[in-house]
Design a protein around this ligand. Structure first.
Ligand code: FES
Length: 583
Protein backbone atom coordinates (compact mmCIF):
# COMPACT_ATOMS: atom_id res chain seq x y z
CA UNK A 1 0.00 0.00 0.00
CA UNK A 2 1.42 3.39 -0.96
CA UNK A 3 1.37 6.22 1.58
CA UNK A 4 -0.63 9.34 0.72
CA UNK A 5 1.35 12.22 -0.77
CA UNK A 6 2.64 14.72 1.80
CA UNK A 7 0.53 17.82 2.42
CA UNK A 8 1.15 21.24 3.90
CA UNK A 9 4.62 21.95 5.16
CA UNK A 10 5.64 18.35 4.53
CA UNK A 11 5.43 18.88 0.76
CA UNK A 12 8.57 19.18 -1.31
CA UNK A 13 11.12 19.08 1.48
CA UNK A 14 14.44 20.86 1.22
CA UNK A 15 17.12 18.26 0.56
CA UNK A 16 19.50 17.64 3.43
CA UNK A 17 19.72 13.86 2.99
CA UNK A 18 17.41 13.25 6.00
CA UNK A 19 13.69 13.87 5.39
CA UNK A 20 12.75 13.93 9.10
CA UNK A 21 15.46 16.50 9.77
CA UNK A 22 14.21 18.58 6.81
CA UNK A 23 10.67 18.71 8.19
CA UNK A 24 11.91 19.43 11.73
CA UNK A 25 14.05 22.27 10.41
CA UNK A 26 11.22 23.65 8.29
CA UNK A 27 8.85 23.67 11.28
CA UNK A 28 11.54 25.34 13.38
CA UNK A 29 11.70 28.26 10.99
CA UNK A 30 7.94 28.31 10.48
CA UNK A 31 7.61 28.70 14.25
CA UNK A 32 9.97 31.64 13.98
CA UNK A 33 7.02 33.39 12.34
CA UNK A 34 4.93 32.75 15.44
CA UNK A 35 2.63 30.04 14.09
CA UNK A 36 1.34 27.43 16.54
CA UNK A 37 1.91 23.70 16.07
CA UNK A 38 -1.81 23.28 15.28
CA UNK A 39 -1.66 25.88 12.50
CA UNK A 40 1.46 24.30 11.02
CA UNK A 41 -0.38 21.01 10.59
CA UNK A 42 -2.98 22.58 8.33
CA UNK A 43 -3.00 22.48 4.53
CA UNK A 44 -1.01 25.43 3.17
CA UNK A 45 -2.48 28.02 0.85
CA UNK A 46 0.09 30.23 -0.82
CA UNK A 47 -0.90 33.77 -1.73
CA UNK A 48 1.08 35.08 -4.68
CA UNK A 49 0.94 38.81 -4.22
CA UNK A 50 2.40 41.47 -6.42
CA UNK A 51 2.18 44.69 -4.44
CA UNK A 52 4.82 47.20 -5.47
CA UNK A 53 5.53 50.88 -5.18
CA UNK A 54 5.92 50.74 -8.94
CA UNK A 55 2.40 49.36 -9.40
CA UNK A 56 -0.28 51.75 -8.09
CA UNK A 57 -3.02 49.63 -9.67
CA UNK A 58 -2.23 47.07 -6.95
CA UNK A 59 -2.31 49.49 -4.05
CA UNK A 60 -5.22 47.65 -2.42
CA UNK A 61 -3.22 44.39 -2.41
CA UNK A 62 -2.32 44.49 1.31
CA UNK A 63 -5.95 44.59 2.47
CA UNK A 64 -6.91 41.93 -0.06
CA UNK A 65 -4.10 39.69 1.20
CA UNK A 66 -5.47 40.09 4.73
CA UNK A 67 -8.97 39.20 3.54
CA UNK A 68 -7.66 36.13 1.70
CA UNK A 69 -5.84 35.04 4.86
CA UNK A 70 -9.06 35.49 6.84
CA UNK A 71 -10.83 33.14 4.46
CA UNK A 72 -8.04 30.57 4.52
CA UNK A 73 -7.88 30.47 8.31
CA UNK A 74 -11.67 30.32 8.63
CA UNK A 75 -11.71 27.30 6.33
CA UNK A 76 -8.96 25.48 8.23
CA UNK A 77 -5.89 26.32 6.18
CA UNK A 78 -2.58 28.01 6.81
CA UNK A 79 -2.14 31.11 4.61
CA UNK A 80 1.40 32.04 3.59
CA UNK A 81 1.79 34.97 1.24
CA UNK A 82 4.84 35.52 -0.88
CA UNK A 83 5.97 38.34 -3.16
CA UNK A 84 6.46 37.94 -6.86
CA UNK A 85 7.52 40.20 -9.68
CA UNK A 86 5.02 43.02 -10.16
CA UNK A 87 4.35 44.53 -13.58
CA UNK A 88 3.14 48.13 -13.38
CA UNK A 89 2.10 48.85 -16.94
CA UNK A 90 3.44 52.37 -17.34
CA UNK A 91 6.52 51.91 -15.18
CA UNK A 92 8.43 49.35 -17.22
CA UNK A 93 10.83 50.00 -20.06
CA UNK A 94 10.71 49.21 -22.87
CA UNK A 95 7.38 47.46 -22.12
CA UNK A 96 5.71 45.38 -19.44
CA UNK A 97 5.15 42.78 -22.17
CA UNK A 98 8.86 42.03 -22.16
CA UNK A 99 8.61 40.89 -18.54
CA UNK A 100 5.33 38.94 -18.64
CA UNK A 101 7.12 35.67 -19.34
CA UNK A 102 9.67 36.39 -16.61
CA UNK A 103 6.84 36.87 -14.10
CA UNK A 104 5.23 33.65 -15.32
CA UNK A 105 8.48 31.80 -14.61
CA UNK A 106 8.59 33.40 -11.14
CA UNK A 107 5.04 32.22 -10.43
CA UNK A 108 5.54 28.73 -11.82
CA UNK A 109 8.77 28.07 -9.97
CA UNK A 110 7.79 29.60 -6.62
CA UNK A 111 4.44 27.79 -6.60
CA UNK A 112 6.23 24.57 -7.37
CA UNK A 113 9.25 25.03 -5.12
CA UNK A 114 7.46 26.19 -1.96
CA UNK A 115 5.23 23.87 0.06
CA UNK A 116 1.69 24.84 -0.84
CA UNK A 117 -1.37 22.68 -1.50
CA UNK A 118 -3.17 25.47 -3.35
CA UNK A 119 -2.48 29.07 -4.25
CA UNK A 120 -4.44 32.29 -4.59
CA UNK A 121 -3.06 34.45 -7.38
CA UNK A 122 -3.60 38.13 -6.63
CA UNK A 123 -2.96 40.43 -9.57
CA UNK A 124 -4.64 42.80 -11.95
CA UNK A 125 -2.53 45.28 -13.86
CA UNK A 126 -2.38 44.26 -17.51
CA UNK A 127 0.29 41.57 -17.73
CA UNK A 128 -0.01 40.30 -14.14
CA UNK A 129 -3.03 38.07 -14.59
CA UNK A 130 -1.73 36.50 -17.84
CA UNK A 131 1.63 35.83 -16.15
CA UNK A 132 -0.08 34.32 -13.11
CA UNK A 133 -2.37 32.10 -15.18
CA UNK A 134 0.52 31.01 -17.42
CA UNK A 135 2.62 30.12 -14.39
CA UNK A 136 -0.26 28.35 -12.64
CA UNK A 137 -1.13 26.43 -15.80
CA UNK A 138 2.44 25.17 -16.00
CA UNK A 139 2.86 24.42 -12.29
CA UNK A 140 -0.57 22.74 -12.27
CA UNK A 141 -1.08 23.30 -8.55
CA UNK A 142 -4.73 24.08 -7.62
CA UNK A 143 -5.12 27.83 -8.02
CA UNK A 144 -7.74 30.55 -7.62
CA UNK A 145 -7.27 33.81 -9.51
CA UNK A 146 -8.33 36.95 -7.69
CA UNK A 147 -8.03 40.31 -9.39
CA UNK A 148 -7.52 43.56 -7.52
CA UNK A 149 -10.55 44.97 -9.34
CA UNK A 150 -11.15 47.96 -11.58
CA UNK A 151 -10.83 51.65 -10.62
CA UNK A 152 -13.86 53.86 -10.27
CA UNK A 153 -14.35 56.65 -12.83
CA UNK A 154 -14.37 60.19 -11.46
CA UNK A 155 -16.76 63.04 -12.29
CA UNK A 156 -14.95 65.92 -13.96
CA UNK A 157 -16.52 69.04 -15.45
CA UNK A 158 -19.82 67.38 -16.22
CA UNK A 159 -18.50 64.04 -17.48
CA UNK A 160 -16.82 60.97 -16.07
CA UNK A 161 -13.12 60.27 -16.51
CA UNK A 162 -11.43 56.90 -16.27
CA UNK A 163 -8.10 55.42 -17.28
CA UNK A 164 -7.25 55.05 -19.86
CA UNK A 165 -9.55 55.55 -22.83
CA UNK A 166 -10.14 59.06 -21.56
CA UNK A 167 -6.37 59.53 -21.16
CA UNK A 168 -6.06 59.08 -24.92
CA UNK A 169 -9.14 61.11 -25.74
CA UNK A 170 -7.88 64.11 -23.82
CA UNK A 171 -4.34 63.70 -25.10
CA UNK A 172 -5.71 63.71 -28.65
CA UNK A 173 -7.54 66.97 -27.87
CA UNK A 174 -4.37 68.42 -26.38
CA UNK A 175 -2.39 67.45 -29.51
CA UNK A 176 -5.05 69.06 -31.65
CA UNK A 177 -4.64 72.28 -29.69
CA UNK A 178 -8.10 72.11 -28.10
CA UNK A 179 -6.80 71.90 -24.52
CA UNK A 180 -4.10 74.00 -22.87
CA UNK A 181 -1.05 72.68 -21.02
CA UNK A 182 -2.69 73.69 -17.73
CA UNK A 183 -5.88 71.91 -18.75
CA UNK A 184 -4.18 68.62 -19.56
CA UNK A 185 -2.30 68.78 -16.26
CA UNK A 186 -5.61 69.12 -14.45
CA UNK A 187 -7.00 66.13 -16.34
CA UNK A 188 -3.87 64.13 -15.47
CA UNK A 189 -4.83 64.37 -11.80
CA UNK A 190 -8.36 63.05 -12.34
CA UNK A 191 -7.92 60.07 -14.64
CA UNK A 192 -6.77 57.45 -12.12
CA UNK A 193 -7.89 58.30 -8.62
CA UNK A 194 -8.75 55.06 -6.83
CA UNK A 195 -6.92 51.80 -6.34
CA UNK A 196 -7.47 49.26 -9.08
CA UNK A 197 -6.94 48.57 -12.73
CA UNK A 198 -8.01 50.67 -15.71
CA UNK A 199 -11.78 51.04 -15.44
CA UNK A 200 -12.70 50.38 -19.05
CA UNK A 201 -12.65 47.16 -21.08
CA UNK A 202 -8.88 47.36 -21.45
CA UNK A 203 -6.49 44.46 -21.08
CA UNK A 204 -6.78 44.20 -17.30
CA UNK A 205 -10.58 44.07 -17.38
CA UNK A 206 -10.55 41.70 -20.34
CA UNK A 207 -8.18 39.33 -18.57
CA UNK A 208 -10.31 39.47 -15.42
CA UNK A 209 -13.32 38.50 -17.55
CA UNK A 210 -11.33 35.71 -19.21
CA UNK A 211 -10.14 34.36 -15.87
CA UNK A 212 -13.76 34.18 -14.68
CA UNK A 213 -14.89 32.60 -17.94
CA UNK A 214 -12.13 30.01 -17.87
CA UNK A 215 -13.35 29.06 -14.41
CA UNK A 216 -10.13 30.10 -12.65
CA UNK A 217 -11.85 32.86 -10.58
CA UNK A 218 -14.89 32.73 -8.36
CA UNK A 219 -18.14 33.64 -10.15
CA UNK A 220 -19.11 37.28 -10.18
CA UNK A 221 -15.73 38.58 -9.09
CA UNK A 222 -14.21 40.04 -12.28
CA UNK A 223 -15.98 43.38 -12.28
CA UNK A 224 -16.23 44.21 -8.57
CA UNK A 225 -14.61 47.63 -8.14
CA UNK A 226 -11.31 47.62 -6.31
CA UNK A 227 -12.64 49.84 -3.53
CA UNK A 228 -16.00 48.07 -3.05
CA UNK A 229 -16.46 46.01 0.12
CA UNK A 230 -17.54 43.10 -2.10
CA UNK A 231 -13.94 42.99 -3.33
CA UNK A 232 -12.82 42.11 0.21
CA UNK A 233 -15.58 39.53 0.48
CA UNK A 234 -14.42 38.06 -2.84
CA UNK A 235 -10.91 37.84 -1.39
CA UNK A 236 -12.16 36.06 1.71
CA UNK A 237 -14.20 33.66 -0.43
CA UNK A 238 -11.19 33.01 -2.68
CA UNK A 239 -9.16 32.06 0.39
CA UNK A 240 -11.89 29.70 1.55
CA UNK A 241 -12.15 28.13 -1.89
CA UNK A 242 -8.39 27.63 -2.05
CA UNK A 243 -8.61 25.52 1.12
CA UNK A 244 -11.37 23.47 -0.49
CA UNK A 245 -9.08 22.94 -3.48
CA UNK A 246 -6.21 21.98 -1.18
CA UNK A 247 -8.38 19.24 0.32
CA UNK A 248 -9.99 18.11 -2.97
CA UNK A 249 -7.68 19.24 -5.73
CA UNK A 250 -9.03 20.52 -9.01
CA UNK A 251 -6.00 21.46 -11.05
CA UNK A 252 -5.63 24.12 -13.74
CA UNK A 253 -5.19 21.27 -16.24
CA UNK A 254 -8.77 20.19 -15.43
CA UNK A 255 -10.08 23.73 -15.85
CA UNK A 256 -8.07 25.19 -18.74
CA UNK A 257 -9.29 22.80 -21.44
CA UNK A 258 -9.87 23.34 -25.17
CA UNK A 259 -13.56 23.95 -24.50
CA UNK A 260 -12.85 26.47 -21.75
CA UNK A 261 -10.40 28.29 -24.04
CA UNK A 262 -13.08 28.34 -26.73
CA UNK A 263 -15.47 29.89 -24.20
CA UNK A 264 -12.85 32.48 -23.32
CA UNK A 265 -12.42 33.37 -27.00
CA UNK A 266 -16.18 33.81 -27.30
CA UNK A 267 -16.25 36.08 -24.29
CA UNK A 268 -13.26 38.07 -25.52
CA UNK A 269 -15.27 38.78 -28.67
CA UNK A 270 -18.57 39.41 -26.91
CA UNK A 271 -17.16 41.96 -24.50
CA UNK A 272 -15.28 43.88 -27.21
CA UNK A 273 -12.15 42.88 -25.33
CA UNK A 274 -8.57 43.97 -25.73
CA UNK A 275 -6.45 42.73 -28.62
CA UNK A 276 -3.70 42.07 -26.08
CA UNK A 277 -5.89 39.49 -24.41
CA UNK A 278 -5.77 37.36 -27.55
CA UNK A 279 -1.98 37.13 -27.19
CA UNK A 280 -2.29 36.35 -23.50
CA UNK A 281 -5.02 33.74 -23.92
CA UNK A 282 -2.94 32.08 -26.63
CA UNK A 283 0.02 31.97 -24.23
CA UNK A 284 -2.06 30.60 -21.34
CA UNK A 285 -3.61 27.93 -23.55
CA UNK A 286 -0.18 27.10 -24.97
CA UNK A 287 0.98 26.20 -21.46
CA UNK A 288 -1.60 23.40 -21.55
CA UNK A 289 -0.85 22.42 -25.14
CA UNK A 290 -4.06 23.97 -26.48
CA UNK A 291 -3.82 25.78 -29.83
CA UNK A 292 -5.63 29.08 -30.41
CA UNK A 293 -5.71 29.69 -34.13
CA UNK A 294 -6.56 32.97 -35.79
CA UNK A 295 -8.80 31.05 -38.20
CA UNK A 296 -10.79 29.86 -35.18
CA UNK A 297 -10.96 33.45 -33.95
CA UNK A 298 -12.50 34.51 -37.26
CA UNK A 299 -15.01 31.66 -37.21
CA UNK A 300 -16.11 32.56 -33.68
CA UNK A 301 -16.07 36.28 -34.44
CA UNK A 302 -18.62 35.83 -37.21
CA UNK A 303 -21.03 34.08 -34.85
CA UNK A 304 -20.46 36.01 -31.61
CA UNK A 305 -22.28 39.30 -31.08
CA UNK A 306 -20.82 42.11 -28.98
CA UNK A 307 -23.05 42.32 -25.91
CA UNK A 308 -21.21 44.69 -23.61
CA UNK A 309 -21.33 48.45 -24.07
CA UNK A 310 -18.12 49.56 -22.38
CA UNK A 311 -15.41 51.99 -23.32
CA UNK A 312 -13.29 52.07 -25.43
CA UNK A 313 -15.88 50.77 -27.93
CA UNK A 314 -18.98 51.88 -26.02
CA UNK A 315 -20.07 54.24 -23.29
CA UNK A 316 -19.74 52.66 -19.88
CA UNK A 317 -17.12 51.73 -17.30
CA UNK A 318 -16.37 48.52 -15.42
CA UNK A 319 -18.19 49.77 -12.34
CA UNK A 320 -21.28 50.04 -14.57
CA UNK A 321 -20.80 46.45 -15.69
CA UNK A 322 -20.60 45.40 -12.05
CA UNK A 323 -23.84 47.23 -11.24
CA UNK A 324 -25.44 45.86 -14.40
CA UNK A 325 -24.99 42.25 -13.36
CA UNK A 326 -21.29 41.61 -13.92
CA UNK A 327 -19.81 38.82 -15.96
CA UNK A 328 -22.60 36.50 -14.81
CA UNK A 329 -25.03 38.56 -16.86
CA UNK A 330 -22.76 38.30 -19.90
CA UNK A 331 -22.19 34.58 -19.51
CA UNK A 332 -25.87 33.80 -19.00
CA UNK A 333 -26.67 35.72 -22.17
CA UNK A 334 -23.96 33.88 -24.09
CA UNK A 335 -24.84 30.49 -22.62
CA UNK A 336 -26.32 29.08 -25.87
CA UNK A 337 -22.91 29.62 -27.48
CA UNK A 338 -20.78 28.26 -24.62
CA UNK A 339 -19.53 24.84 -23.56
CA UNK A 340 -21.38 24.58 -20.26
CA UNK A 341 -19.78 21.38 -19.01
CA UNK A 342 -16.40 23.02 -18.29
CA UNK A 343 -15.11 22.54 -14.74
CA UNK A 344 -14.40 25.60 -12.56
CA UNK A 345 -12.52 26.27 -9.30
CA UNK A 346 -15.74 25.95 -7.31
CA UNK A 347 -16.12 22.32 -8.33
CA UNK A 348 -19.19 23.22 -10.37
CA UNK A 349 -19.37 23.27 -14.13
CA UNK A 350 -19.90 26.59 -15.85
CA UNK A 351 -23.51 25.56 -16.53
CA UNK A 352 -24.13 24.68 -12.87
CA UNK A 353 -22.54 27.93 -11.83
CA UNK A 354 -24.81 29.98 -14.07
CA UNK A 355 -27.88 28.03 -13.00
CA UNK A 356 -26.99 28.61 -9.35
CA UNK A 357 -26.65 32.34 -10.00
CA UNK A 358 -30.03 32.31 -11.70
CA UNK A 359 -31.62 30.63 -8.70
CA UNK A 360 -29.89 32.89 -6.17
CA UNK A 361 -30.58 36.11 -8.00
CA UNK A 362 -34.08 35.37 -9.24
CA UNK A 363 -37.12 37.02 -7.73
CA UNK A 364 -40.20 35.35 -6.27
CA UNK A 365 -41.61 34.87 -9.74
CA UNK A 366 -38.56 32.87 -10.68
CA UNK A 367 -37.24 35.48 -13.06
CA UNK A 368 -33.53 35.73 -13.83
CA UNK A 369 -31.38 38.25 -11.92
CA UNK A 370 -31.80 41.89 -12.89
CA UNK A 371 -29.57 43.09 -15.70
CA UNK A 372 -29.08 46.66 -16.89
CA UNK A 373 -29.68 46.23 -20.60
CA UNK A 374 -27.97 49.52 -21.40
CA UNK A 375 -24.71 47.85 -20.40
CA UNK A 376 -25.24 44.14 -21.11
CA UNK A 377 -27.39 43.68 -24.18
CA UNK A 378 -29.54 40.62 -24.85
CA UNK A 379 -28.30 38.11 -27.41
CA UNK A 380 -31.08 39.07 -29.82
CA UNK A 381 -30.40 42.81 -29.61
CA UNK A 382 -26.61 43.12 -29.36
CA UNK A 383 -24.38 46.16 -29.67
CA UNK A 384 -23.11 44.68 -32.93
CA UNK A 385 -24.05 41.34 -34.47
CA UNK A 386 -20.44 40.22 -34.89
CA UNK A 387 -17.43 39.92 -32.63
CA UNK A 388 -15.05 42.72 -31.80
CA UNK A 389 -11.85 41.23 -33.23
CA UNK A 390 -10.98 39.92 -36.66
CA UNK A 391 -7.80 38.32 -38.00
CA UNK A 392 -6.42 39.40 -41.37
CA UNK A 393 -4.09 37.45 -43.63
CA UNK A 394 -2.31 38.31 -46.88
CA UNK A 395 1.01 39.13 -48.43
CA UNK A 396 1.68 41.76 -45.79
CA UNK A 397 0.75 39.43 -42.92
CA UNK A 398 1.33 35.81 -43.99
CA UNK A 399 0.87 34.53 -40.42
CA UNK A 400 -1.86 36.97 -39.51
CA UNK A 401 -2.67 40.36 -38.08
CA UNK A 402 -5.46 41.61 -35.82
CA UNK A 403 -7.98 44.41 -36.21
CA UNK A 404 -10.33 45.43 -33.42
CA UNK A 405 -13.22 46.20 -35.72
CA UNK A 406 -15.49 47.15 -32.85
CA UNK A 407 -13.12 50.04 -32.09
CA UNK A 408 -12.54 50.97 -35.75
CA UNK A 409 -14.25 53.12 -38.37
CA UNK A 410 -16.11 50.86 -40.86
CA UNK A 411 -15.71 53.57 -43.50
CA UNK A 412 -12.03 52.62 -43.63
CA UNK A 413 -12.53 48.85 -43.90
CA UNK A 414 -12.41 48.38 -47.69
CA UNK A 415 -9.75 50.49 -49.27
CA UNK A 416 -6.34 50.74 -50.86
CA UNK A 417 -3.96 53.35 -49.53
CA UNK A 418 -0.50 54.76 -49.96
CA UNK A 419 2.00 53.70 -47.30
CA UNK A 420 3.63 56.38 -45.16
CA UNK A 421 6.37 54.39 -43.46
CA UNK A 422 8.12 54.88 -40.14
CA UNK A 423 11.03 52.50 -39.68
CA UNK A 424 11.09 52.59 -35.87
CA UNK A 425 9.53 54.25 -32.86
CA UNK A 426 12.34 56.80 -32.91
CA UNK A 427 11.60 57.59 -36.55
CA UNK A 428 7.91 57.91 -35.72
CA UNK A 429 8.59 60.29 -32.85
CA UNK A 430 10.94 62.37 -34.98
CA UNK A 431 8.66 62.86 -37.99
CA UNK A 432 4.99 62.28 -37.15
CA UNK A 433 4.32 65.90 -36.28
CA UNK A 434 6.60 67.45 -38.85
CA UNK A 435 4.80 70.03 -41.01
CA UNK A 436 6.83 68.59 -43.91
CA UNK A 437 5.51 65.06 -43.50
CA UNK A 438 4.15 63.85 -46.83
CA UNK A 439 0.80 62.52 -45.66
CA UNK A 440 -2.91 62.78 -46.45
CA UNK A 441 -5.94 61.46 -44.55
CA UNK A 442 -6.31 58.63 -47.10
CA UNK A 443 -2.80 57.28 -46.51
CA UNK A 444 -1.98 54.21 -44.40
CA UNK A 445 0.49 54.89 -41.60
CA UNK A 446 2.95 51.98 -41.28
CA UNK A 447 5.23 51.38 -38.30
CA UNK A 448 8.05 48.83 -38.62
CA UNK A 449 10.32 47.18 -36.06
CA UNK A 450 7.97 47.31 -33.09
CA UNK A 451 7.25 43.57 -32.92
CA UNK A 452 7.96 40.98 -30.22
CA UNK A 453 11.71 40.51 -30.86
CA UNK A 454 12.49 44.10 -31.86
CA UNK A 455 14.39 46.35 -29.48
CA UNK A 456 11.08 47.94 -28.66
CA UNK A 457 9.69 44.55 -27.45
CA UNK A 458 6.22 44.97 -28.92
CA UNK A 459 5.05 48.14 -27.18
CA UNK A 460 1.51 49.44 -27.19
CA UNK A 461 2.51 51.79 -29.96
CA UNK A 462 0.26 50.47 -32.72
CA UNK A 463 -2.14 53.30 -32.00
CA UNK A 464 0.01 55.67 -34.05
CA UNK A 465 -0.94 59.28 -33.41
CA UNK A 466 -2.71 61.09 -36.19
CA UNK A 467 -0.05 63.43 -37.67
CA UNK A 468 -0.40 66.81 -35.97
CA UNK A 469 -1.24 68.70 -39.13
CA UNK A 470 -4.08 66.26 -39.91
CA UNK A 471 -5.31 66.17 -36.31
CA UNK A 472 -5.49 69.94 -36.29
CA UNK A 473 -7.50 69.76 -39.50
CA UNK A 474 -10.03 67.51 -37.77
CA UNK A 475 -8.90 64.03 -38.91
CA UNK A 476 -9.84 61.57 -36.17
CA UNK A 477 -8.94 58.18 -37.65
CA UNK A 478 -6.67 56.68 -40.29
CA UNK A 479 -5.62 53.15 -41.21
CA UNK A 480 -2.57 52.33 -39.13
CA UNK A 481 -0.56 49.12 -39.54
CA UNK A 482 2.26 47.72 -37.39
CA UNK A 483 3.76 44.69 -35.70
CA UNK A 484 3.18 46.40 -32.35
CA UNK A 485 0.33 45.99 -29.88
CA UNK A 486 -2.33 48.49 -28.86
CA UNK A 487 -3.56 49.30 -25.41
CA UNK A 488 -6.90 47.71 -24.72
CA UNK A 489 -8.13 51.16 -23.83
CA UNK A 490 -7.36 52.60 -27.28
CA UNK A 491 -9.52 52.78 -30.39
CA UNK A 492 -9.20 53.45 -34.12
CA UNK A 493 -8.70 51.57 -37.39
CA UNK A 494 -5.51 49.98 -36.20
CA UNK A 495 -4.05 46.76 -37.66
CA UNK A 496 -1.79 45.11 -35.11
CA UNK A 497 0.43 42.09 -34.45
CA UNK A 498 1.45 41.81 -38.13
CA UNK A 499 3.32 38.51 -38.34
CA UNK A 500 6.06 37.72 -39.04
CA UNK A 501 7.25 41.00 -37.59
CA UNK A 502 9.68 43.25 -39.45
CA UNK A 503 12.56 42.40 -37.10
CA UNK A 504 12.09 38.71 -37.89
CA UNK A 505 12.25 39.31 -41.64
CA UNK A 506 8.54 39.68 -42.27
CA UNK A 507 7.22 41.53 -45.33
CA UNK A 508 6.24 44.46 -43.12
CA UNK A 509 9.94 45.37 -43.08
CA UNK A 510 9.95 45.56 -46.87
CA UNK A 511 7.27 48.25 -47.17
CA UNK A 512 8.56 51.55 -48.53
CA UNK A 513 7.02 55.03 -48.59
CA UNK A 514 4.55 55.26 -51.45
CA UNK A 515 3.79 51.53 -51.76
CA UNK A 516 0.15 50.59 -52.13
CA UNK A 517 -1.50 48.44 -49.46
CA UNK A 518 -4.97 46.93 -49.74
CA UNK A 519 -7.12 46.34 -46.66
CA UNK A 520 -10.30 44.32 -46.90
CA UNK A 521 -11.94 43.48 -43.60
CA UNK A 522 -14.73 41.73 -45.47
CA UNK A 523 -12.25 39.37 -47.14
CA UNK A 524 -9.96 39.25 -44.08
CA UNK A 525 -7.09 40.43 -46.28
CA UNK A 526 -4.08 42.68 -45.87
CA UNK A 527 -1.91 42.80 -48.98
CA UNK A 528 1.19 44.67 -50.04
CA UNK A 529 0.72 45.51 -53.72
CA UNK A 530 4.36 45.25 -54.73
CA UNK A 531 5.62 42.57 -57.10
CA UNK A 532 7.75 39.72 -55.84
CA UNK A 533 10.88 40.68 -57.82
CA UNK A 534 10.93 44.11 -56.20
CA UNK A 535 10.38 42.59 -52.76
CA UNK A 536 13.23 40.13 -53.36
CA UNK A 537 15.53 43.02 -54.26
CA UNK A 538 14.52 44.89 -51.13
CA UNK A 539 15.02 41.78 -49.03
CA UNK A 540 18.52 41.30 -50.41
CA UNK A 541 19.37 44.89 -49.54
CA UNK A 542 18.26 44.64 -45.91
CA UNK A 543 20.99 45.30 -43.34
CA UNK A 544 22.12 42.29 -41.26
CA UNK A 545 20.05 41.74 -38.10
CA UNK A 546 21.46 43.32 -34.94
CA UNK A 547 23.69 41.16 -32.74
CA UNK A 548 21.98 38.99 -30.14
CA UNK A 549 22.49 40.42 -26.63
CA UNK A 550 25.45 38.63 -25.04
CA UNK A 551 23.89 37.68 -21.70
CA UNK A 552 21.09 37.68 -19.19
CA UNK A 553 17.34 38.06 -19.61
CA UNK A 554 17.86 40.23 -22.70
CA UNK A 555 19.47 37.26 -24.44
CA UNK A 556 16.82 34.83 -23.24
CA UNK A 557 14.05 37.15 -24.43
CA UNK A 558 15.67 37.79 -27.79
CA UNK A 559 16.35 34.16 -28.60
CA UNK A 560 13.22 32.50 -27.20
CA UNK A 561 10.29 34.81 -27.86
CA UNK A 562 7.75 33.48 -30.31
CA UNK A 563 5.60 35.54 -32.65
CA UNK A 564 2.20 36.96 -31.75
CA UNK A 565 0.22 34.01 -33.13
CA UNK A 566 2.00 31.85 -30.51
CA UNK A 567 1.23 34.25 -27.69
CA UNK A 568 4.77 35.70 -27.59
CA UNK A 569 5.60 33.01 -25.05
CA UNK A 570 9.08 31.59 -24.76
CA UNK A 571 9.52 28.53 -26.91
CA UNK A 572 10.72 26.38 -24.00
CA UNK A 573 7.81 27.29 -21.72
CA UNK A 574 5.03 25.96 -23.92
CA UNK A 575 3.62 22.49 -23.37
CA UNK A 576 5.56 19.81 -25.18
CA UNK A 577 3.04 18.87 -27.88
CA UNK A 578 2.88 22.44 -29.13
CA UNK A 579 6.00 23.74 -30.73
CA UNK A 580 6.32 26.88 -32.88
CA UNK A 581 5.07 25.05 -35.96
CA UNK A 582 1.67 24.44 -34.40
CA UNK A 583 -1.04 26.13 -36.47
FE1 FES B 1 -2.62 49.07 -14.50
FE2 FES B 1 -4.08 49.99 -16.73
S1 FES B 1 -2.22 50.75 -15.86
S2 FES B 1 -4.37 48.24 -15.49
Amino acid sequence: MTSPPPVGLARGLTQYGDADFSLYLRRTFAKQAGWSTEMLQRPVVGIAQSASGFNPCHRNSPELVEAIKRGVIAAGGLPLDFPTISLGESFLSPTSMKYRNLMSIDIEEMVRAQPMDAVVLLGGCDKSVPAQLMGAASADVPAVQLVVGPMLPMPYQGERLGACTDCRRFWGRYRAGQISAAGIEQVEGQLAVTAGTCGVMGTASTMAAIAETLGMSLPGTAAIPAVHADRLRAAEASGRQAVALALRPIRPSQIITPEAVDNALRVLLAIGGSTNALIHLTAIAGRRGIPVSLQRLNALSDSTPVLVDLKPTGQHYMSDLFAAGGMGAVLRELAPLLHLDCMTVTGETLGQRLAAADAAGGDMAGKAPWVDRAVVRPLDAPVTPQGGLVALFGTLAPNGAILKRSAADPALFERTGRAVVFTSLADLAARIDSPDLDVTPDDFLVLQNAGPTSDAAMPEAGYLPIPAKLAQAGVKDMVRISDARMSGTAYGTVVLHVSPEAAAGGPLGLVRHGDRIRLSVQQRRLDLLVDEAELAARRAALPPPPAVPPRGYQRLYQTQTLQAEHGCDFDFLRAAPLRPDTP
